[in-house]
Design a protein around this ligand. Structure first.
Ligand SMILES: [Cu+2]
Length: 137
């Protein structure tokens, strides 16, 4: 399984209002990229306390949206946009595409609970754009 240290990403983090940075700031690395309808890799193993950085490396708009029922006990919702739950994120996306990230945009989340965190892209879920982040102790 793919495993790597996550960079400290000082500048990317500081610049990242809501976890997204502008195209011009694409100097740091990312952990999960996005093609037309897939997260790459679709499964990533990191450790508790690690920050995972997604980047839209494709040309379509995507979301990162955690499945409410797909998180380990005690884990909080994560996803693009400023939402508190999967239901809220879905509603906002269907209303006006809120929560979308575009080519070069980033999203990051620091995982504090061990276990498997499942997520998907709202517009491409049916096309199989589903991923998981496995957090090890
Ligand atoms: Cu997508």
């Amino acid at each position: 399984m793919h495993r790597r240290a996550v960079l400290a990403a000082g500048s990317a983090v500081a610049a990242g209002l809501a976890g997204c940075t502008a195209l011009a700031d694409r100097t740091a690395d990312h952990d999960v990229g996005m093609s037309a309808h897939a997260f790459r890799p679709d499964s990533l193993v990191v450790e508790v306390g690690d920050t995972v950085i997604w980047e839209n490396t494709g040309s379509r708009a995507h979301t990162v949206t955690a499945y409410d029922g797909g998180q380990p006990e005690g884990a909080t919702y994560f996803g693009t946009g400023d939402f508190e739950s999967e239901a809220e994120a879905r509603e906002a996306w269907y209303a006006d595409r809120a929560g979308s990230i575009y080519t070069g945009d980033r999203f990051e989340h620091t995982f504090k609970v061990a276990g498997t965190h499942r997520y998907y892209c709202i517009p491409h879920e049916r096309g199989g754009m589903i991923g998981e982040i496995v957090i090890e102790e």
